[in-house]
Design a protein around this ligand. Structure first.
Ligand code: RIB
Length: 311
């Protein structure tokens, strides 16, 4: 049976321009192509989990505009349950302006719009999906009070929580103590702990600081270096290398990692195997343009991994 994942988070439309280099402050750059893709960290993670084989409920808030309507149509095509997506009258849907350099790096600015209207009370109305879920996946593009409410609900219902603390923010112990697995990148790990993550030793320091505040398992994604996995319960503390690929666009790579991770763990894979599968899905995604347009399906991820392991 498919595992149930509830995702709470943002839904955006990404407006993308490709440029030779990310512009500096005050600089005007003539860019290349302009493209529009569905995005938002919450939505990307929901789509990633659905394509990885999860039975996904997405709890979000969109505006009553074309962007919101089209976004919901897209989630339905991925068989995501959209019943708990709130449609806010007279409020614009979330928009992300993204510039992508020739090296595949990006700079993202988000106008939250309706994402800022996802309130704690909206989660109370949607308690059933939390109760039934094997994992709840959440990020930080919706109000912190809502994140707080979501993790508390999960704690009461014994639903395991994966927190992807993006974009970077400081978080109180009241949130962290309810988190089963946290998945910051290096910058986010530094915002949470004050420790600049550069290598295995500094990653271990940041992970310890998060364990002390109640987080069971820490996975720090470190770009090309892989991911540092720290799970004192099983005694695993090491870097799990990723796959070397030429990145065309790294937008949503972290989201793909998290969506695949949640499904693999819900299916009973070990933490190490789940991280390897998450790396494989993310490696596939960075080779294509856009957020949801780049998210692989389960079969692609599994055959990519098999191919790599046989090399
Ligand atoms: O993580 C990538 C996402 O961040 C983009 O899709 C954009 O919408 C922003 O939310």
């Amino acid at each position: 049976m498919m595992k149930k994942i509830v995702v709470v988070g943002s839904s955006n439309t990404d407006l993308i321009i490709k440029v030779p280099e990310i512009p500096r402050p005050g600089e005007t750059l003539l860019g290349g192509e302009f493209m529009t893709f569905p995005g938002g960290k919450g939505a990307n993670q929901a789509v990633a989990a659905a394509r990885a084989g999860g039975d996904v409920v997405f709890i979000a808030s969109v505006g009553d505009d074309t962007y919101g309507t089209e976004a919901i149509k897209g989630y339905k095509l991925d068989n995501i349950n959209t019943e708990d997506i709130k449609i806010c009258k007279g409020v614009p849907s979330g928009i992300a302006m993204i510039t992508i350099s020739e090296r595949g790096e990006n700079a993202i600015t988000v106008a939250s719009g309706a994402n800022a209207n996802l309130y704690p009370a909206d989660l109370e109305e949607a308690e059933e999906p939390f109760e039934e879920a094997d994992y709840m996946l959440i990020q930080l593009e919706t109000p912190l009070e809502t994140v707080q409410k979501a993790v508390e609900l999960c704690s009461e219902l014994n639903t395991r929580v994966i927190l992807n603390p993006a974009p970077a923010a400081e978080l109180s112990i009241d949130i962290l103590k309810h988190v089963s697995i946290i998945t910051p990148n290096e910058t986010e790990a530094e915002s949470l702990t004050g420790i600049m993550v550069r290598d295995e030793l500094t990653a271990a320091g940041a992970a310890d600081s998060l364990h002390k505040r109640g987080v069971e398992t820490v996975i720090i994604t470190m770009g090309a270096s892989g991911a540092y996995l720290s799970d004192p319960g099983s005694g695993i503390r090491k870097i799990i290398p990723g796959f070397k690929v030429k990145a065309l666009d790294t937008t949503a790579a972290g989201d793909v990692f998290n969506g695949q991770l949640a499904v693999s763990l819900a299916e009973g894979e070990s933490l190490e195997k789940a991280v390897v599968l998450a790396h494989a899905a993310a490696a596939l995604s960075v080779q294509k343009l856009g957020a949801q347009s780049s998210i692989p399906r389960r079969e692609e991820t599994f055959s990519y991994l098999e191919e790599k392991l046989n090399q």
